[in-house]
Design a protein around this ligand. Structure first.
Ligand SMILES: Cc1ncc(COP(=O)(O)O)c(C=O)c1O
Length: 356
């Protein structure tokens, strides 16, 4: 067993489902590994972490998460390399962001070492579920939700923190088409966009579906007041390259601060690019595409990885970039991150946590 400082009650499955998995057809988020981690918060403290067989949880229909939306989550990945080693990419960032979300949603913080130790123990136990084929990974979904059986709007006094994992393929394959959304909003200044709160995603479903019916994979959200400034996409931050400059919307309280975003900006700086975190106007962006000044556009996120954005729709017009096969930065970035996550580049920044 991997060394961990936390006492963890481990109850292992007696009937592993791993033989039933069709590894050549994983998709995303449909296959669940054998175990999950559950930690209960009650009487003002977190109780002993447990690892148990993955399966249904039992609770009342009156739990406050279902009614008043105290529910937050994280998303990160473990990778297997060709030497059969398993790494988790930058889990400390997710531990910190979970607590950032918890503070915004008036939920208790989980000590980072508890997050990391239980995560390590769970992934180690289910290490055979980490796929190794190119583009695949073990997606890890930590989440926390309010469990008070009480009808009334107030912060819950009890919570569950749960982690389950899913072997997954890529989320997107190929280039994506996005629509700049100028009617609906995902988040507003002073709201909860900076938190990875479940409700943010629920609110985005209808506009995203409308965009999909119009032929776009994702929306590019704009600020909720003027709809003139680009914020982010549904599950990824967005970045743009013009010559040696990489620019991206600066983080505000209506944008999720992505781990992938941070990794990309760090690499771009190390590779000698000019990095601008600033306000990005929608009309500036499409103007740059029209003038041939924009070289690359892409989304960056754990699930999406690096997703080249070939077409951007704005106010009735599609603006397209040349094929992404020639995008030097995106391609260098994708292959570098891929190699690093699989332990094939020297981990000079301490981003990989080795599990097995
Ligand atoms: C709204 C939103 N923005 C950005 C991201 C990218 O964040 P990360 O790189 O940490 O996955 C995600 C994915 O978690 C997201 O849901």
């Amino acid at each position: 067993m991997i060394a961990t400082d936390q006492p963890i009650d481990i109850r292992m499955t007696t009937a592993s489902r791993i033989q039933e998995v069709d590894w050549s057809n994983l998709g995303f988020g449909r296959v669940f590994s054998d175990h999950m981690c559950v930690i209960r918060y009650e009487n003002g403290k977190w109780h002993t972490p447990g690892i148990e067989p993955y399966g249904p949880l039992h609770f009342s229909p009156a739990i406050s998460a279902l009614h008043y939306g105290q529910a937050i989550f994280e998303g990160l990945k473990a990778y297997r390399n060709e030497h059969n080693e398993v790494y988790i990419f930058r889990p400390d960032m997710n531990a910190r962001r979970l607590n950032h979300s918890a503070r915004r949603m008036c939920m208790p913080e989980l000590p980072e070492e508890v997050f990391l130790d239980t995560l390590k123990a769970l992934v180690h136990l289910d290490r055979n579920w980490v796929p190794g084929s190119p583009g695949s990974a073990l997606y890890i979904r930590p989440h926390m939700f309010a469990t008070d059986e009480y009808v009334g709007v107030r912060p819950s006094e009890s919570y569950l923190f749960v982690i389950f994992t899913c072997p997954v393929d890529r989320y997107y394959t190929g280039e994506v088409k996005v629509k700049i959304e100028t009617h609906y909003s995902r988040a507003v200044r002073g709201g909860t966009g900076e938190a990875k709160a479940a409700g943010n995603y629920g609110a985005a479903l209808l506009p995203a579906r409308i965009g999909q019916q119009e032929g776009y994979n994702q929306l590019l959200w704009t600020d909720a007041i003027s709809h003139e400034f680009i914020e982010e996409s549904g599950t990824m931050n967005v970045m743009f390259r013009s010559g040696n400059t990489l620019f991206t919307p600066m983080i505000t309280d209506s944008i999720l601060s992505g781990v992938t975003r941070d990794s990309v900006l760090t690499l771009a700086r190390e590779w000698g690019m000019v990095v601008e975190e600033r306000r990005v106007r929608a009309d500036e962006l499409v103007g740059m595409i029209s003038n041939g000044e924009l070289d690359e556009a892409f989304g960056a996120g754990t699930a999406a990885t690096i997703a080249p954005i070939r077409t951007i729709h704005y106010q009735g017009t599609d603006y397209s970039l040349p094929p992404s096969s020639g995008w030097t930065f995106c391609n260098r970035l994708s292959s570098y991150l891929d190699r690093l996550r699989h332990g094939l580049e020297p981990d000079t920044r301490g981003w990989n946590l080795r599990i097995a």
